[in-house]
Design a protein around this ligand. Structure first.
Ligand SMILES: CC(=O)SCCNC(=O)CCNC(=O)[C@H](O)C(C)(C)COP(=O)(O)OP(=O)(O)OC[C@H]1O[C@@H](n2cnc3c(N)ncnc32)[C@H](O)[C@@H]1OP(=O)(O)O
Ligand SMILES: CC(C)C(=O)C(=O)O
Length: 568
């Protein structure tokens, strides 16, 4: 049960003293060095750790995306990891410009085994860690500060001499004071400097110091303060590649990584889509795409993001959330009416000027840039409005509703959405449109027509054969155009119809092209829409008028329904 006074059980984070912090006014203008830890930190958090096949697939994908540093496992911990590293090396599966990294505890036999695994590698990072946080020193290791330093320094010396014994490999050394963010900052600097003394990095041959937020315990500005504080206090900063390794316990892993980059970090360790211990590691995809939306290329390629997500889901045997930034199945989809309206307008503006800076409301990124289509951008349910309905009819069925008709028809769709409580697909919308307007051919339907004109006369004569309540009727009228002539013909037969508004366009292309006519008419004082389609624009407009009449009739009480005679 939640405590009424949590302060008795939990203490607030104690911030580092950095009143002249510089990072808030910095910007991220270049990508960091990226290191994927999917195959280690990600893997160690899975219900079923990856087998060889999954690890290999994941590795190949990381290479394809553009990762140059990949932590491939903890080879001293499991035979699977050991064998995987051996396979990568022995089967020459690591590109020249890619460096593999392995993790080890600061224990001699594990270090030895790690080097055994790395034998013959062209480029390798040996990553050693020990916990430096006071609670871990006391509870887990039962060591004081100097014993803690000794663990790190001993391991560093062993690793250094192992590296010197195998000069054929291009080695990089990495040290992580585990739980950096809950370690006393002066002690973190002290232990890193002791490790540096033992390893002797230089600006030409730098070592990586990785400052993990092993458990995220504070707002991300604190992590940034700590990284800036560390960078300003550590000796020989230029001999270090400062790396961060954020976790996401408070849900702010991405923010933390971004702020630490502003604070001076050179490198980020994380995973794809945030898999990792507990609530996960920082999500490198989100970080990279966040940079991209600021105009900075991350040097990782997520041009086809959906297959990457599916591959990660396969390898991790865990789903990626449908709302996961940049990739989730629903992140490029708007259901709500006002969002759809704005997107539709933004997309229309973009079609006018496809080279302009991206400015489509509610879409922080062009879905095409990550290999997604515009297809799912708008989906319709009871939260949607006319914009979404018109967008789908236009995009998927080539039907460009005039504004007032779109307002009317959206009510039809809304009724279906509310009745079913479900999403209405574009096919369902089209069917509703066809039922409501296109298939309104009773009691009146057009059978045929003929147009003629006299030389030097602006008028045309229209003769039409229609069916009304099952009976054929011949009509004739004259007007300035075919539609006007048809209206006259209807009037001569006793049916007064006044045209209020008229739109037409062609639908489809080539042999399949047809005309669609939207007609708004006034009948018995009421405005009614009708829509007709046909290969001929004249027939489409006449059918549109009949569709309106039929809709008007079907909206009248049965007793008032007219007979064929009264219509024509
Ligand atoms: C934050 C992180 O993600 S760190 C990475 C964590 N990842 C993993 O642990 C995954 C792989 N690990 C393993 O499979 C195992 O832990 C192994 C094989 C490496 C070691 O297994 P074991 O020898 O059984 O030891 P175990 O993991 O239980 O570790 C406990 C001992 O190691 C010590 N230890 C733990 N971490 C470290 C370290 N980084 N450096 C030195 N000693 C350490 C502990 O103090 C403890 O010592 P004690 O037995 O004297 O009390
Ligand atoms: C080994 C270290 C870097 C780690 O995984 C962590 O602290 O989360």
């Amino acid at each position: 049960m939640m405590l009424s006074d949590p302060s008795k059980k939990y203490r607030p984070f104690v911030a580092v003293d950095l009143p002249d912090r510089q990072w808030p006014s910095k910007r991220i203008e270049t990508p960091p060095q990226w290191c994927s830890v999917d195959l280690r930190d990600g893997n160690q958090s899975l219900i079923d750790p990856m087998d060889q096949e999954r690890k290999q697939r994941f590795f190949d994908m990381l290479v394809k995306i553009g990762f140059k540093q990949i932590e491939v496992g903890f080879p001293s911990a499991s035979q699977t990891d050991f064998d995987f590293v051996r396979t990568l090396i022995e089967e020459d599966r690591i590109p020249e410009d890619v460096t593999i990294q392995v993790l080890t505890q600061a224990r001699t036999h594990l270090i030895d085994r790690s080097f055994e695994a790395l034998k013959g590698a062209k480029n390798a990072i040996v990553h050693v860690y020990n916990a430096t946080d006071p609670m871990f020193r006391r509870v887990v290791f039962n060591v004081d500060k100097s014993e803690c330093v000794e663990i790190a320094v001993d391991a560093t010396r062993q690793i250094r001499s192992r590296m010197l014994e195998a000069p054929e490999t291009n080695w990089t050394f990495q040290y992580s004071p585990e739980l950096f963010t809950t370690t006393e900052m002066d002690f973190a600097v002290k232990i890193v400097e002791a490790v540096m003394d033992a390893y002797q990095p230089t600006p030409e041959h730098r070592m990586i110091v990785n400052l993990p937020a092993t458990v995220e315990v504070a707002t991300p500005n604190n992590y940034a303060d700590q990284v800036e504080w560390f960078c300003r206090h550590v000796n020989n900063r230029e001999s270090l590649i400062v790396s961060v390794h954020p976790h996401n316990d408070r849900g702010t892993g991405v923010a933390a990584a971004e702020l630490t980059l502003m604070a001076g970090a050179d490198r980020v360790e994380g995973t794809l889509f945030a898999n990792g211990e507990r609530t996960g590691n920082v999500d490198i995809v989100t970080l990279a795409m966040n940079m991209y939306t600021q105009g900075v290329h991350p040097q990782l390629d997520f041009s086809n993001i959906t297959p990457i997500m599916r591959e990660v889901e396969y390898c991790n045997q865990l789903p990626v959330h449908p709302r996961h930034p940049y990739v989730g199945d629903l992140v490029f989809t708007a259901f709500s009416g006002s969002h759809q309206d704005a997107i539709k307008k933004g997309m229309a503006a973009r079609r006018e000027d496809p080279e302009a800076v991206w400015a489509v409301p509610y879409l922080p990124i062009d879905p095409l840039d990550v290999g997604r289509s515009y297809e799912a951008v708008i989906r319709v349910n009871s939260q949607s409005g006319k914009g979404g309905v018109s967008y789908l009819l236009e995009q998927e069925h080539g039907i460009e509703l005039p504004r007032r008709l779109s307002m009317e028809f959206s009510q039809v769709v809304q009724e279906v959405a509310e009745r079913t409580g479900k999403e209405i697909t574009s096919q369902m919308i089209y069917q509703a449109f066809a039922d409501e307007y296109l298939e309104q051919d009773s009691p009146m339907a057009l059978i045929s027509h003929r147009l003629s004109s006299e030389p030097d006369s602006p008028k045309v004569t229209l003769e039409a054969m229609i069916e009304a309540n099952g009976e054929r009727q011949a009509l004739q009228g004259q007007g300035n155009g075919p539609l006007a002539a048809f209206i006259k013909a209807l009037a001569a037969a006793g049916h007064d119809v006044e045209i209020i508004d008229y739109h037409e366009h062609s639908r489809g292309q080539g042999a399949d092209a047809e005309a669609i006519a939207y007609v708004e008419v006034r009948i018995e004082g009421k405005a009614v829409f009708g829509v007709g389609t046909d290969e001929s624009i004249t027939s489409a407009s006449m059918k549109g008028v009949l569709s309106a009449i039929n809709r008007h009739r079907s909206s009248q009480p049965a007793a008032a329904n007219v007979t064929a005679d009264s219509l024509v």
